[in-house]
Design a protein around this ligand. Structure first.
Ligand code: UDP
Length: 261
């Protein structure tokens, strides 16, 4: 059960000394957008393959019933708080996080850093044609961005080995995988060392957004923390994921002890 603020901060060396909080048994690094970008740049410089996860409420709900997914989350090199629900739960238990660090924003900022530093970027995921379109638009936004390859995310098991080999041969610095939670993270986890991308990160529906196929919620809707509702209205097939929100709320209300302050 969640205890004091100090009791929740894990600074063990295995977690790169990053302050860590825990929500419903899932470790989340207490990073801001700025510090997350710095940590990822350090990972690229170090050159050891790293897995970065942007954890949202649905991922934490899933971890309650899927031990393997929970283990993958808890072994990731960096886990950022990618939803307002996670930020709310952290505040409620007295281990406040600075801000939401979403995959869609992180992708954009990392591409800007990649353009400056000459990192080799690969975009994997979404429907055929989307990753290419996202690459074009990101390159127009960040001149000099070196996208060394793209591939759609609708492939079968028999195609996996060829995609993994393609990524390995291209010596990728930043690999963004957009196949939805948890498939994208499981794919990275299973092939992390073979692909040898210095940083591999799941980015959910971000390629749809950056390709211009799906519109992001207007600023006001985001400020009102209603981006999930906006996405649900535009894509009613997302109702299954939306249903995890009340579940997350219920779990936090019943299983997470409220901080006295
Ligand atoms: N997707 C994919 N392969 C699949 C299933 C989904 O590449 O087998 C893509 C889908 O086209 C979309 C992304 O994965 O671009 C998932 O987006 P969603 O918004 O559902 O992800 P979330 O951010 O909610 O995890």
């Amino acid at each position: 059960m969640i205890g004091s603020k100090e009791g929740n901060v894990d600074t063990s060396p295995g977690r790169r000394q990053l302050p860590t909080i825990e929500i419903l048994g899932v470790k989340i690094h207490a990073v801001s957008m700025k510090s997350a970008v710095q940590v990822i740049e350090d990972f690229v410089e170090e050159g050891v393959p790293r897995l970065v996860i942007t954890a949202d409420s649905s991922g934490i709900v899933l971890a309650q019933s899927d031990q393997h997914w929970k283990d993958v989350l808890n072994s990731a090199d960096l886990v950022t708080p990618d939803s307002n629900g996670v930020v709310w739960a952290a505040r409620r238990q007295g281990t406040p996080l600075r801000e939401r660090v979403s995959g869609v924003d992180l992708l954009d900022i990392l591409c800007s850093r990649a353009a400056k530093k000459g990192y080799r970027v690969f975009l994997l995921g979404a429907a055929p044609g989307i990753a290419e379109k996202a690459a074009e638009r990101l390159q127009a936004r960040h001149p000099g961005l070196n996208v060394v390859g793209t591939h759609h995310g609708f492939f079968g098991k028999e195609e996996e080995a060829a995609i993994v080999a393609q990524i390995r041969d291209l010596q990728v610095d930043l690999l963004f995988v957009a196949m939805g939670i948890p498939r994208q993270e499981m794919f990275i986890y299973d092939h992390k060392y073979e692909m040898a991308a210095k940083v591999a990160m799941g980015v959910g529906g971000s390629l749809d957004v950056w390709s211009g196929t799906v519109k992001r919620a207007p600023r006001l809707v985001r400020a009102l923390k209603l981006e999930w509702l906006w996405r649900l209205i535009l894509n009613p097939r997302k109702w299954k994921k939306a249903l995890t929100l009340p579940k997350f709320w219920w779990l936090v209300m019943t299983r997470v002890r409220r901080s006295p302050d």
